[in-house]
Design a protein around this ligand. Structure first.
Ligand code: PAF
Length: 277
């Protein structure tokens, strides 16, 4: 496993990779969700490139970038048995040198849901992902379904900018009680950790209604709000039942659909979603 930081080392290492290349972009502090992306990437491609970069551009002014968890040594120990070929750990100065002024922005579909809560977030995500794609030139790139809007926005960017890259979206990994794995779960303690299962329970209730034949999207949104309302610690930011690709809110479900939500538990913001096929 080669570990590089500078762009020129990355380019040299990339040139030495023979055969198909998978990129797994991450911000580090890896958990089982990331490892499942790496395993899938290794099954499907000859080489796996892992990027670890806490991207300042996707943090809002009120979000504490300096507190984002980091542990490179632990990350490297976790991925070295998985057959990762190349790890790229650029610095903010490499990605955004002095005078940096070029941004990639997807429009309408970045405005609702996460975009409404975090207005500059997706501009930072699409810009860094485009830069990661340009630098590593992968055949396929792997993202988690957990960040459903991010995955949809990246698919749109790849279509719009003609990146010759296949986007693979892998299922959300969950703890035994249903909580979706996330680097942010480390901030959940005691009663907040117990209360955090409310997202899974609300999504499950809406999915059961759907499986029972309910196709009215507002009924499913109401069902999710109702379950979330049973948890006094949960502060609901949004609940959505939207088209899977466009993220437009639905009246009636008649195709692939995304149920999603964002909830604050204390100071920790949690998101989760289910896809209705
Ligand atoms: O999902 C993440 O960890 C980040 O948003 C990504 C895709 C690595 C871009 O910084």
């Amino acid at each position: 496993m080669q570990i590089v930081s500078t762009l020129s080392d990355l380019r040299t290492a990339r040139l030495s990779l023979d055969g198909t290349v998978a990129l797994v972009p991450t911000m580090g502090y890896l958990h089982e969700g990331h490892l499942s992306l790496i395993r899938k990437a290794k099954q499907e491609c000859r080489n796996v490139v892992l990027s670890i970069f806490v991207n300042p551009a996707q943090f809002g002014a009120n979000e504490d970038l300096s507190k984002y968890p980091r542990d490179l040594e632990r990350d490297l120990a976790l991925v070295s048995p998985l057959g990762v070929d190349l790890v790229w750990t650029p610095t903010p100065e490499i990605m955004y040198p002095n005078g940096y002024q070029t941004w990639v922005e997807v429009e309408a579909m970045t405005r609702p849901l996460e975009g409404a809560m975090r207005p500059t977030h997706f501009k930072g995500v699409t810009t860094v992902v485009a830069k990661l794609f340009n630098a590593t030139q992968p055949d396929k790139a792997y993202f988690g379904q957990k960040d459903a809007q991010q995955a949809a926005v990246i698919r749109q960017m790849v279509r719009d900018l003609n990146f010759p890259i296949e986007i693979i979206v892998c299922p959300t990994m969950r703890e035994a009680d249903g909580l979706a794995m996330s680097s942010r779960n480390k901030y959940l303690e005691g009663d907040d950790r117990k209360a955090a299962t409310i997202l899974f329970r609300a999504l499950t209730a809406a999915r059961s209604a759907y499986e029972g034949g309910e196709r009215n999207a507002e009924v499913l949104r109401r069902k999710m709000r109702e379950v979330l309302g049973n948890e006094p610690r949960a502060q609901v930011q949004y609940v959505s039942c939207a088209d899977y690709d466009t993220l437009e809110e639905l009246e009636t479900i008649n195709g692939k659909t995304l149920l999603s939500m964002a909830v604050l538990l204390g100071k920790t913001r949690l998101i989760d979603n289910f896809v209705l096929e």
